[in-house]
Design a protein around this ligand. Structure first.
Ligand code: PEP
Ligand code: MG
Length: 590
């Protein structure tokens, strides 16, 4: 039941993760910790029904906990013990008994009764000095959160099964969930957590749906079916918009569409500077279906094919044939344009769904990407064989992620040779004559770039991770999102260092992190000597337009000036001052 009250327009601000505007109904999915609970009274004759509703939410919670405990792996036992304690607390008199009493005595809805009881318990335990009791209090709060979710019916929804046109409102969406989004149903999404370069944000950009992330607790005021406006370009969300606001945003949508159409029209012009230097502008993809949009937006090839999404949300790992067929789909569309296939980068924030036996407390620094593949050579070789086979049909390159030292790249190359030999023995068609590169995304790789350069044909800088690890900023954490600064002098120096090393060693230097998609950074990257920039497909036209408006000589002078500055804000101001106007003029006239 929705508590009726005059709905007022409210503006929330978060992080702009994917541009565009949409207007539609909110669809709440799997929110953790239900913040806004409304009170309504219950007629005497309905009290039994209300108590039953509470009891069945408790029962459901018990079953959920039991399910989690039974499915937890051996070395997760300690956690399971906590859950067992939680299961016992479900019937705790202080929680269970008092909530039923409150429903009866105050004739209020179960959610409100539970909320009142929990806030009393919280106050009581918070005031205690004994750690044990404080811990006990927090257990009760956890348990009540679970009951509350079941009471208000906010269960984990299978996003792939949503069958109305809606805007998703979530606590967080995992990359696996985001990749289930069906474009004809989901108009956009907003989340409580998440930062700009989080994978969820990246997928939203690729899917071309507006998204605002990192809204924090304020997201709790949105209710199921509320009308909301998501302005992904501004990072704004408007709840219950007034008629005037709706009209204003309808106009904004039109302007945005015109701007996009203009950009797309010129997208196929090459990215050549005013002094005739060509930069390759490529697209990043997660799924083979996205290839078409890279071509539509004028991409010169695929600079990063994130292959892990074929491994997510599936009970089994894909077979060599399944992988080969997906890669072949990409090759068939791209013809002889280059396709950079990055080997599996799972775990980190793109966790695999089949239980892998261990739970990592800090997966971003754990057994992910190349570390995972070297530890599981069977899985790795299956993928390498599929890549080698598809290379016989197109212009394929391979890219190894998360390399932190020379041993890893040597071992990866050795396994690539082993995969080729096994294909040879099996008499299968393949090609091993392609470029091999490493991602520079771990700070140690920057420091030993001169050593790595001897092993590969190209570097591709993954700024999403490189910035995260160098500045110690979790790319999915909105609390520190403002510190995620690509123009930090440390980052600029690293980029310059790696590109100098690449040029000295005569290998190519590419960038495939999101930093490459910001047109204002292009002059600096051009001056450093980058050969290729790869980004989400929709950013290609704007970046190409920027390349066509600048010249190398000016950019080099500008880079020198920027490298002398020590403060991020000064660098930001200078970049905007010098190139911001250019972008604006072009946009308006475009
Ligand atoms: C990066 O880290 O910049 C990158 C391109 O890889 P991913 O975003 O998939 O980690
Ligand atoms: Mg990365």
């Amino acid at each position: 039941m929705r508590y009726m009250e005059e709905s007022k327009e409210i503006k929330l601000s978060g992080i702009s993760a994917s541009p565009g505007i949409c207007i539609g109904k909110a669809y709440l999915v799997g929110r953790e910790g239900v913040e806004v609970i409304k009170k309504y009274s219950i007629d005497g004759k309905d009290l039994d029904k209300e108590i039953k509703r509470f009891k069945s939410a408790v029962k459901k919670t018990k079953n959920e906990l039991q399910g989690i405990i039974e499915n937890s792996p051996e070395d997760f036992r300690q956690n399971a013990n906590i859950l067992e304690t939680h299961a016992l607390l479900l019937k705790d008199k202080m929680l269970y008994g008092s909530t039923i009493e409150t429903i009866e005595n105050e004739r209020v809805n179960a959610e409100w009764a539970l909320k009142m009881v929990v806030s009393k318990i919280r106050m009581m335990f918070e005031g205690m000095s004994d750690d044990y009791f404080r811990e006990r209090g927090s257990d009760i709060v956890h348990v009540s959160d679970r009951i509350m979710r079941n009471l208000v019916g906010q269960e984990q929804v299978n996003i792939g099964e949503i069958n109305k046109r809606v805007i998703l409102v979530a606590h967080d969406l995992s990359p696996a969930q985001t990749s289930q989004i069906q474009l004809e149903r989901i108009m956009g999404f907003i989340t409580e957590r998440g930062g700009k370069a989080s994978h969820t944000g990246i997928i939203a950009q690729t899917l071309e749906i507006p998204a605002v992330l990192g809204l924090g607790k304020q997201i709790g005021i949105i209710q199921h079916d509320d009308i909301i406006i998501v302005d992904g370009s501004e990072g704004a969300v408007i709840v219950n918009p007034s008629d005037e606001t709706l009209i204003r945003y309808e106009e904004k949508i039109e302007q945005y569409e015109t701007h996009k159409a203009n950009l797309t029209r010129e997208a196929h012009l090459p990215a050549i500077t005013l002094d005739n230097l060509t930069l390759n502008i490529m697209g990043n993809i997660e799924l083979p279906e996205e290839v078409v949009s890279v071509l539509d937006y004028g991409g010169d090839g695929i600079g990063l094919y994130r292959t892990e999404f074929q491994y997510l949300s599936k009970p089994e790992f894909p077979t060599e044939m399944e992988l080969f067929e997906k890669y072949k789909d990409v090759v068939d569309v791209m013809g002889n344009k280059p396709i950079t296939i990055r080997t599996l980068d799972i775990n980190g924030d793109k966790a695999i769904s089949p239980p892998n036996g261990t739970v990592e407390i800090n997966p971003a620094l754990g057994l992910r990407a190349i570390r995972y593949c070297l530890k599981k050579p069977d899985i790795f070789i299956t993928q390498l064989r599929a890549i080698l086979r598809v290379a016989a049909y197109g212009n394929v390159r391979v890219l190894f992620p998360f390399i932190s030292g020379v041993e890893e790249i040597r071992e990866a190359k050795r396994l690539l040779c082993e995969a080729a030999e096994s294909l040879h023995r099996d008499g299968v068609v393949f090609n091993k004559d392609f470029e091999v590169g490493v991602m520079i995304e771990v700070p140690s790789a920057v420091i030993v770039a001169d050593i790595l350069a001897k092993e590969v044909d190209y570097f591709s800088i993954g700024t999403n991770d490189l910035i995260q690890y160098s500045l110690a900023i979790d790319r999915g954490n909105f609390e520190v999102a403002h510190m995620y600064q690509p123009l930090h002098p440390a980052i600029l120096r690293m980029l310059k260092h790696v590109s100098d090393i690449a040029q000295k060693n005569n290998i190519k230097i590419h960038m495939c992190g999101e930093m490459a998609s910001e047109p204002l950074y292009v002059p600096l990257l051009l001056a450093m000597g980058f050969d290729e920039l790869s980004m989400n497909p929709q950013s290609i036209p704007t970046v190409k337009r920027m390349v066509r408006s600048i010249n190398l000589k000016d950019c080099k002078k500008f880079l020198k000036q920027v490298l002398k500055l020590s403060e991020i804000s000064k660098i930001n101001d200078l970049v905007h001052e010098k190139y911001g106007k250019l972008l604006l003029q072009k946009n308006n006239s475009g």
